[in-house]
Structures are given as C-alpha cells and as structure tokens.
Ligand binder design. Structure first.
Ligand code: NAD
Ligand code: MG
Length: 390
C-alpha cells in the first residue's frame, strides 16, 4: 500500500454509523483525504446529503427504484448519481487508495470483493464479508497483494498489539465483548426481550443489525470468525473475554508470557483513524481515555448457556467449511424477523441452529471455493432459514 501523501477514499455504506464516523475523521484532516465515491442501501436523502457534504464525484444507491429520487436530490451538485447493485460495484471500483467497507451484512460481499479484485486497500468494517466468504476473500487478497486493514475495534486492537510479531510467537488472541444490554439478565428474561430493549447498547451507538448481534453476542462469534481469517490463526487459539467497560478491545498473549493489550475509549473513530492514517497517527478529537476517572476495569468469562448464539458461532468456526456462511445468512434472517416482530429474541439462536443442522444434513457444509459459491450457499441458507416457520 502507498503509505504517504494524499489519499482518495471510497465509502461503501457511507450513510451508516461507520460511514458517518469515517466522514468525521476525514473532515478533521481535509488536506490528507478526499472522497471519490459514496454508496448506500436505500436512504436516498442521507446519501445525497453525504455526497454533497464530502464533495464526492459519484454516488450509488443500491435500491434501483430510487434512481430518479437520487438524481433529483443531487441536481446541481455535480455529483453523478447511479442506482442498482452494479452501480454500488462501480462506486467500489472508482480510483481510490482506500475503500472503506462499511455496508451492513452479506450485502457487502459483492462490492467489497470487487474492490479487492482490483487490488485496492480495504479498510474492513463489514465483518459479514469474512464470515460469509472468508476463504475466497483472503485468497484474493493474497493473489492481488491487496492490503486489508482491520477496522472492527477488536481486530484493530489485535493488529496494534501484535506489533509485527511472527505467527509462532503468538500463543493466544483475545477479543473482548461488552456483554451487551442483557449481560446480567436471566436466560428467561433474555429469551423474551423486546426490540427496544435489545437496541439499547450500553457503550456503543451502531447500526441496528450489529446492535442486535451485540445483544445476542452473535457479534462476538462473527468477530472470532473474522479474526481467524484476518490473522490466519486457528480456532483453538482465540478466547472471548467479557469486559463491560469496553476499554480494552483486544489482547495478544505471546510465547514468553507477555500480554499486550490495546485500550481506547469506546469510539469507533479511533480504529477508523488508525486505519485511514496508517502508518501515521492522525490528530483527531476522538474520545480520550481517562483511566483514573474510570477507576477499575473488570473482566468475566462469557456465559454460553445464556448466550447460545456465541456457542453456535464457535461451533461453526471449529467446523469451518460452509457452516460460517450458513450461520451468517441464518442470523441475518433471524435478526430481521426479530426486528419485524415475527420472532422472539430467544428464537434467534434457534433459527440459526435449525439452519446449521439442516445444512449439515443436506451436504451444504463444504467450503465455498469461490465468491460465487459462498453467495449461492448464502442464498440457499436464507431459504432454509425461512423453513423454520413452516
Ligand atoms: P448501519 O446500518 O449504520 O449502516 C449500514 C450502511 O450500509 C448504510 O450506509 C446502508 O445504507 C448501507 N447498505 C445497506 N445495504 C446495502 C447494500 N445492499 N448496498 C450498499 N449499501 C448498503 O451499520 P453500521 O453500524 O455502520 O455497520 C456497518 C458494518 O460495520 C457492519 O458489518 C458492522 O458489523 C460493522 N461494524 C460496525 C461497528 C459500529 O460501531 N457501527 C463497529 C464494528 C464493525
Ligand atoms: Mg467489534
């Protein structure tokens, strides 16, 4: 990756929580960055506002039916409007030094992979990309000598703690979890939790899907699978530690008994700034850490009996093959059903378990060799998950 000078960015998922935080970082270093293109799902007004604000040349909305609205919203701005899945891919392929992958869900696979295929450096927030299609994704990165910068806070923290150590020097990698809003709740109360309760995260303000995943702790399971692909470390060398203050984000245990941890205030602008500025440190107004004011940091083991989604993801990581792809797709179906009132919170792991068991029975559990394979398994897994209601 070209390390110095002015950087052109593409933001995939520009209207979301990560997208807006990235724009905030860019606005604090206007001489270092420009934004070539922005893409979003269906929020036309939000996308047009962002495109104008950052002076993008190209704006793509995934929802094809919104083309006229986007064109109208951008009239007189000089920003080219485009719509549909191919337009999002076109945005991903605009000339850029870094593509920020911040679409939510497996919807991010196709455009992020397109950028990777073009050899772009990717700052990757969209963990579902690696859970759905980790092997073909990482293989393509190696083939294209493309850099993937881990933007998810735990992965950014491990990257910082690793400090270039050789793989043989690492005994264990640990990612932390806040435990979410239901950390102290009983299994019965968790199973009956309402969307408004699950959407109230104690430490982070994020998009709806990842907020529900944090409440079920599926998010931590997806992150273990993400870490396995990013760092090439086997499943048995990862641990999850519940840490309600969300200050320590990741730790690396080394072969000499040393442990290096990365700490920062729970503000995604910190890992975003680290990725966008790397190897330089940008000067930002991201939240500062005051340990004396905090007084103490606490840690506890995760409770898989109360958070079965984490256990399912750990099983899928150990089993490998196509199971993480199925797990991810089924979880997206289940989270949507929960948010729409069609499933109880306690049914999220049941739907995911149902789909994973069916995938093993139907022989869908083999490793997707290509991105097309992974997307085909994703598609079938969504249909299989829907059979839960029949
Ligand atoms: P969000 O829901 O706030 O934003 C999602 C963005 O993706 C929006 O801009 C939306 O318009 C866009 N989008 C949705 N479907 C699309 C499609 N088919 N094509 C193009 N764009 C589409 O979500 P978020 O919280 O910003 O999270 C984004 C990703 O980053 C997720 O994978 C999440 O797990 C990961 N992540 C988020 C945080 C966080 O603090 N928010 C932290 C770590 C990782
Ligand atoms: Mg994270």
């Amino acid at each position: 990756m070209e390390l110095n000078g002015h950087r052109r960015l593409v933001l995939l998922g520009a209207t979301g929580s990560i997208g807006r935080s990235a724009i905030d970082i860019v606005a604090q270093a206007p001489d270092r960055f420009s934004i070539e293109a922005v893409a979003g799902g269906s929020d036309v007004e939000g996308l047009a506002r962002v495109a104008r604000e950052v002076g993008a040349k190209f704006a793509a909305i995934r929802d094809e039916s919104r083309y006229a609205d986007l064109k109208q919203a951008l009239s007189g701005s000089g920003v080219t409007a485009a719509a549909g899945p191919d337009a999002v891919v076109e945005a991903a392929l605009r000339p850029a030094d870094i593509v920020v992958g911040a679409v939510s869900g497996a919807a991010g696979v196709a455009p992020t992979y397109a950028a990777l295929q073009a050899g772009r450096t990717i700052a990757l927030a969209n963990k579902e990309c690696l859970v759905c299609a980790g092997t073909p994704f990482m293989r393509k990165a190696t083939e294209m000598k493309a850099t993937i910068l881990p933007l998810d806070s735990e992965h950014d923290a491990i990257w910082q703690a690793l400090g270039g150590a050789a793989p043989g020097e690492v005994e264990k990698m640990v990612i932390t979890a806040s435990g979410g809003p239901f950390r102290t709740w009983s299994a019965e109360a968790i199973a009956a939790a309402r969307p408004d309760q699950a959407l109230k995260h104690p430490n982070w303000s994020m998009g709806r899907k990842i907020t529900i995943d944090s409440a079920s702790m599926m998010n931590k399971g997806l992150e273990l699978i993400e870490a396995h692909h990013l760092f090439g470390v086997p499943a048995d060398r990862f641990d999850v530690l519940v840490h309600p203050q969300s200050i320590v984000h990741g730790l690396v245990h080394f072969s000499d008994g040393s442990v290096v941890a990365s700490l920062y205030a729970p503000d995604m602008r910190v890992p975003i700034a680290h990725c966008l500025g790397y190897p330089d440190r940008l000067r930002t107004n991201a939240r500062r850490l005051d340990l004396a004011a905090l007084g103490s940091l606490t840690f506890e083991a995760p409770d898989i009996a109360r958070f079965p989604a984490l256990g399912l993801a750990m099983d899928a990581l150990r089993a490998g093959g196509g199971l993480p792809t199925v797990l991810n797709a089924a979880n997206e179906v289940a989270v949507e059903a929960f948010l729409e009132g069609r499933a109880a919170f306690g049914e999220i792991p049941k739907i995911v378990g149902f789909a994973c068991e069916k995938a093993v029975r139907d022989g869908l559990a083999r490793e997707p060799a290509t991105i097309e394979d992974a997307l085909a398994v994703d598609h079938i897994a969504r249909q299989m998950s829907a059979a839960y209601w029949r």
